[in-house]
Design a protein around this ligand. Structure first.
Ligand SMILES: NC(=O)C1=CN([C@@H]2O[C@H](COP(=O)(O)OP(=O)(O)OC[C@H]3O[C@@H](n4cnc5c(N)ncnc54)[C@H](O)[C@@H]3O)[C@@H](O)[C@H]2O)C=CC1
Ligand SMILES: C[C@H](O)[C@@H]1OC(=O)[C@H](O)[C@@H]1O
Length: 261
């Protein structure tokens, strides 16, 4: 479905980003794997090593891959990343905004710095990457696809996520307005809204067996999602099959959102 396309996936060293990067490659795209080296290692990971392993998996699928370091909320780093990817792979057709953080925190004691960091990475990061990618796509003149990994949390609240849920609603809103702005250039902009997907981001939260069991019990399809579950929906949105879909959002949550009782 994506033969000859060139994709950049942010936050692709592990989790949902990795699952999407591999899915795009399996569908025929060459893929740039973005990763970031933070001051403090995330969940004990060596992100550079993880990104290299993802690139090796993509190459094993017969596609080209490059790794590219950048903090998505650093404008200069994002500009350089997009230039490097375009030079290395020969263009850019698909951007997936996958990078994100969700350090759970109580509302009443929320530090301003934590609010700012979550907004910077999740929302400003999606803006910076989308703008840099869209500039290349417009200059290429062959359209493009921009997809945000928003969340079911764009639609519902979380008591320990008052800094996070507005960023996910904002990401979807960003895609809607970008769809209007970039439609005349043939660039579609959509969101996927994952539900509860087992990754590092929720490891601590779900270490409570009662919470795990409660959440799992609310999912009509009977299981937490895996990163690979997001690949098909993203491949669809990136493909010609979705050429008339823009400004849309697709829940990928095993039915969690609609399960009131
Ligand atoms: N796991 C879940 O249940 C859900 C996750 N999401 C979203 O999916 C996305 C991926 O999260 P997961 O794979 O679950 O978590 P994860 O922690 O496994 O992956 C997050 C990725 O983002 C990268 N990242 C973090 N800050 C970055 C920065 N400043 N610059 C570049 N990369 C950065 C990390 O290095 C990592 O590769 C996030 O945007 C998250 O909000 C949305 C809905 C549900
Ligand atoms: C990190 C959470 O477990 C996860 O992130 C989301 O966006 C989902 O809404 C879940 O709350």
């Amino acid at each position: 479905m994506l033969d000859g396309r060139i994709a950049l996936v942010t936050g692709a060293s592990r989790g949902i980003g990795r699952g999407i990067a591999l899915g795009l490659a399996a569908a025929g795209a060459d893929v740039a794997v973005n990763y970031h080296i933070p001051g403090t290692p995330e969940f004990g990971h060596d992100n550079a090593q993880d990104a290299a392993a993802v690139a090796a998996e993509i190459e094993a699928l017969g596609r080209k891959a490059v790794t590219v370091e950048a903090d998505v909320c650093d404008g200069a780093a994002v500009t350089r990343m997009v230039e490097d990817v375009t030079a290395a792979l020969g263009g850019l057709d698909i951007l997936v905004n996958g990078a994100g953080i969700c350090p759970f925190h109580d509302f009443l004691t929320m530090p301003e710095q934590l609010w700012d960091r979550v907004h910077d990475v999740n929302l400003k990061g999606a803006f910076l990457c989308s703008q840099a990618a869209a500039r290349v796509m417009v200059a290429q003149g062959r359209g493009g696809r921009i997809i945000a990994v928003s969340s079911i949390s764009a639609l519902v609240g979380g008591g320990m996520q008052t800094h996070y849920t507005p960023t996910k609603a904002g990401m979807h809103s960003l895609m809607q307005s970008m769809a209007v702005s970039l439609g005349p250039h043939g660039i579609t902009c959509n969101s996927i809204l994952p539900g509860a997907i087992a990754t590092d981001i929720n490891k601590d939260d779900w270490s409570d067996p009662d919470k795990r069991a409660y959440l799992n019990g609310r999912i009509p399809l009977g299981r937490f999602g895996e990163p690979e579950d997001l690949a098909g929906p993203v491949v669809f949105l990136a493909s010609d099959a979705a050429r008339y879909v823009t400004g849309a959002s697709l829940l990928v949550d095993g039915g969690l959102f609609v399960n009131l009782q």
